[in-house]
Ligand binder design. Structure first.
Ligand code: FEO
Length: 396
């Protein structure tokens, strides 16, 4: 069903209630998602972004609710990732003379995905495209989150369409931020930022300043996923500014795996130490917890404490994706520690500590190793580790 954002500006996207894994299986989407596309009908007609290819028929049907798709003059491809570009071939079949507007980097990536002889126009920051009463203004946003990413701004109505930025994987009955559960909305917006945008955090404030320096009214922020920020739209800009600073909260996350419960018992003892030191914590079993949810918790916490028994002179395999995320997402302002049980060689704690150091997460106290099942002394050492981490957390 089409939703009119402003006179002649229509949401023609689709709601995907079913999807539970995104980017292949890389990102969990517990609340589904939406693929947002916007149709602007003026003297000229522009479609801003499309949808994932399996939903192309729904997109075309939505466009038909407004007008024939053959009337489209411009398709703005803000970003080539296929959740937004996947229906380009279908749209261009209906509107073969339309011009596909891309960023300079999009001029490589969009043709690289579709190898089609479409009319392309590459634009750079500040370029304008007149539609009649209104214009589109383009702002390149490289690495937010791909090199080709671009924001499109509609004058007159003051609608910013920033593609993935400010988005959420959040399927909802309604299209606007003031119509949905605020707690759910912010959970999804934060998960999106933590898992996708964290490594590019240094670019976020610069892009925000660049946008605000344009001095143009922003009446709505209409991202390519989730709801449209209509009520106080700059609230999500301010949140992004805060999140990009990566100032953690005074709490801890313990992530562990265990074979015969020895490392689990150690994890719980570390937790007791943290609580005794006044620091709240959460414990996640790496093999059972959702990795993206764990990443979101790590993003918010000051301390990350990892535990694994030693297996084959390494850590248990379920820890490896978490170690990979910690490295790839380039978290800042964190502290860490390690623990684990072993039977004979006992390398896991050292491996974790080395990994934390490589990720520029200082290890605040030497790790605890327990042979076979932990003794009362081993558990006391884990509690002490928890208290020491708590002290470091509180000290900031
Ligand atoms: Fe929603 Fe980067 O695609």
């Amino acid at each position: 069903m089409v939703t009119e954002l402003a006179s002649g500006v229509f949401w023609v996207g689709v709601v995907d209630w079913a999807i539970r894994h995104f980017h292949g299986h890389e990102l969990s989407t517990h609340r589904g998602t939406t693929y947002n596309a916007y149709l602007i009908v003026d003297e000229k007609v522009a479609l801003v972004d499309t949808v994932w290819e399996p939903f192309q028929d729904a997109l075309i049907a939505n466009i038909r609710e407004v007008m024939g798709p053959e009337r489209i003059d411009f398709v703005i491809a803000n970003h080539s990732e296929t959740d937004h570009s996947g229906a380009l071939p279908a749209v261009l079949r209906h509107a073969p003379r339309a011009t596909v507007v891309v960023s300079k980097r999009g001029a490589e990536s969009v043709p690289g995905h579709y190898h089609a002889a479409w009319n392309f126009r590459a634009v750079q920051t500040g370029e304008r495209l007149g539609l009649g009463r209104r214009e589109l203004v383009f702002v390149e946003a490289p690495m937010l989150h791909w090199p080709d990413s671009m924001f499109t701004y509609l004058t007159g109505d003051g609608i910013l369409m920033p593609n993935d930025a400010f988005g959420q994987h959040y399927a909802t009955a309604f299209r606007f931020n003031d119509q949905v559960d605020q707690e759910e909305l912010y959970e999804e917006a934060l998960k999106y930022y933590a898992n996708i945008l964290t490594p590019f955090s240094s670019l976020v404030p610069k892009k925000i300043e660049e946008l605000l320096a344009l001095g143009v009214p922003v009446n709505m922020i209409a991202p390519s996923h989730g709801v449209i920020w209509r009520q106080n739209p700059l609230q999500i800009v301010e949140k992004y500014r805060q999140w990009s600073a990566q100032v953690p909260e005074k709490r801890a996350v313990i992530v562990y795996d265990t074979m015969w419960q020895a490392t689990r018992r150690m994890a719980e003892a570390v937790g007791r130490g943290l609580a005794a030191g006044g620091v709240p914590y959460k414990i996640f079993h790496a093999a059972l917890a959702d990795r993206n949810d764990v990443v979101t918790e790590i993003f918010q916490a000051k301390a990350l404490i990892l535990g694994s028994p030693t297996q084959n002179q390494g850590v248990l395999p379920s820890l490896l994706p978490i170690l990979g995320e910690i490295k790839g997402l380039k978290f800042k302002n964190k502290i860490g520690a390690a623990f684990g049980s072993y039977g004979w060689s006992g390398e896991s704690v050292k491996i974790i500590e080395q990994h934390l150091a490589e990720c520029k997460i200082p290890v605040v106290t030497p790790g605890v190793l327990a042979k076979w099942q932990p003794t009362a002394e081993d558990l006391a050492a884990c509690e002490k580790l928890g208290r020491q981490v708590a002290e470091a957390v509180i000290k900031g």
